[in-house]
Ligand binder design. Structure first.
Ligand code: SAH
Ligand code: SF4
Ligand code: F3S
Length: 475
């Protein structure tokens, strides 16, 4: 079954057109690694930690699979389809290994954690299986694998945050970076495999986060996205330095204070944990972008309870009202699952009506895909027939398209100060940026001498469902 996703950010793959900073690519290394990442932004951020560890062990990055001595695939287990994509990619890598016997293939990330050494039984040509908390052991594991042993480390940790490792920015435009602030997840949404693949939630040392963000700013970066499965439950406290505990609102404020021209974004917020304090902090700092990704999953309180989301339809709607009252111009997006266990037509209609109520600017929309070992797989039957899941998802996608277009139409005539991120994909004579609400803005370069990383003011003159089109305001 094909999944429908309006904006492909979450399931996007970046196949090897990596990649590393120019100075690193020029440096001479005897051995090279190639890494490909799938899944969420946390996985992309982890690949940057892996690149740093590998570089420390004497391996240089390459964007050429044929040149690589080590091929890593950082995997995702969130839906069955994500795993199928990885298996398909592995087939290509295995055929490379048949040609070059010394090539080592390593599977990293969530699928490695879910399947553990079973992976080696299923995929004979894989040499290393390394879970998300075990990347520090990569150099040792590589040695073992080079010596002909199969190498596995899938130990989950309660402490590991890779706080002291400076990530090697892969695939970067030199302007926008992702910074991991926590790992794991303590929520037990019944459909979700993440608590099993990523382990217990733990927050990263505040000082190391601020240091990393400050370094990025000093190196020319102008946009930072703070990452976690549930950023609002960030909580860092240590008995050593007698400082008060740091909440997500405190952290956000500290990052925003680094510099007024550093844009700050974050993802993902769980509706149950986002506080008024966070909303007020967002209101107080112009450089904190007015955008919240607030996954709803379903509009039916009965289904939400089965999903173990710990809020009801009414509670979620009140949270959206609260956001709109404190931050009237805030963009809101959602994740939505169609066809969860026992979902009936009336539950589905409630999902459609909550979408109308919340007027999401955009959404990530999925079919329910049963994941082995999850609460839902153990307790409930995946009983909504495939064609019904598909039809409901199509209705959700159609409604979101309408809402996205209406939302963009409301922006025509408004002006936004935006950070130039790069060329527009379709037109090299136009720039691409995103406004505070995280909407893509495209505008002609004209005769101005602006460059990537500059801020410009753009007036919106037209739109499509996915993009705002504008012109630079002449001063
Ligand atoms: N931590 C984030 C979401 C991480 S997973 C949060 O809590 O919001 C991203 C999205 O994938 C989820 O929000 C959910 O909509 C979807 N998802 C997770 N498990 C799924 C499954 N088994 N089938 C279909 N979609 C799923
Ligand atoms: Fe999964 Fe729920 Fe945790 Fe998000 S909050 S990662 S959906 S268990
Ligand atoms: Fe996938 Fe793991 Fe992220 S399952 S969505 S890569 S946390």
């Amino acid at each position: 079954m094909e999944e429908l996703i309006l904006d492909k950010k979450q399931d996007e793959t970046r196949q090897g057109e990596a990649y590393a900073p120019a100075e690193l690519l020029q440096k001479k290394f005897e051995q090279h690694f190639y890494i490909e990442s799938y899944g969420c932004q946390m996985n992309f951020a982890d690949s940057e930690v892996v690149a740093s560890i590998l570089q420390g062990a004497g391996f240089g990055p390459t964007r050429n699979q044929e040149e690589a001595d080590l091929i890593f695939i950082n995997t995702c287990s969130i839906r069955e389809k994500a795993e199928q994509t990885v298996r398909k990619r592995l087939t290509t890598f295995k055929s490379l290994k048949r040609k070059k016997k010394t090539l080592l293939i390593g599977v990293l990330g969530c699928m490695a954690e879910r399947l553990k050494s079973k992976f080696l039984e299923e995929e004979k040509l894989v040499d290393l299986v390394v879970g998300p908390d075990a990347y520090r052991s990569l150099p040792t594991l590589i040695e073992e694998a080079a010596g002909g042993q199969k190498a596995v480390n899938v130990l989950l940790s309660r402490e590991e945050t890779y706080a002291d490792i400076a990530p090697v920015r892969l695939d970067s435009n030199g302007i926008s970076a992702f910074v991991s602030i926590m790992r794991g997840c303590n929520n037990m949404c019944s459909f979700c495999v993440v608590p099993f693949t990523r382990g217990r939630e733990r927050s990263r040392d505040t000082k190391s986060i601020i240091q990393e963000c400050t370094d990025l700013y000093e190196n020319g970066y102008r946009e930072i996205t703070l990452l976690g499965q549930n950023v609002d439950s960030y909580y860092y406290s240590t008995s050593q330095d007698q400082l008060p505990p740091v909440t997500f609102a405190n952290l956000l404020e500290q990052v925003a204070r680094i510099a007024p021209d550093l844009l700050v974004r974050f993802s993902t917020s769980h509706p149950k944990d986002i506080t008024d304090e966070v909303l007020h902090t967002m209101a107080n700092y112009e450089n904190i972008c007015k955008y919240i990704h607030l996954p709803v999953q379903s509009g039916s309180s009965r289904i939400l309870q089965l999903m173990n989301r710990t809020y009801t339809r009414e509670w979620y709607m009140a949270k959206v009202d609260r956001i709109r009252s404190i931050l009237p111009d805030c963009g809101i997006s959602a994740d939505i699952i169609a066809g969860f266990c026992t979902e009936e037509e009336k539950d589905h209609l409630e999902t459609l009506s909550i979408m109308e109520y919340c007027k999401y600017d955009f959404s990530y929309m999925f079919f329910y895909s049963e994941r082995p070992g999850t609460l839902a797989a153990r307790r409930y039957t995946d009983d909504v027939p495939e064609e019904i899941k598909k039809r409901r998802l199509e209705e959700i996608v159609a409604l979101q398209s309408k809402l996205s277009l209406e939302s963009n139409q409301r922006d025509i005539g408004k002006s936004y100060r935006v950070l130039i991120e790069g060329d527009s994909k379709k037109d090299k004579a136009a720039w691409k940026a995103r406004n505070s609400q995280n909407k893509v803005v495209v505008f002609p370069k004209e005769n101005h001498s602006y460059k990537i990383g500059d801020f410009v003011t753009v007036t919106i003159t037209a739109c499509t469902q996915g993009t705002l089109l504008g012109t630079i305001v002449n001063h």
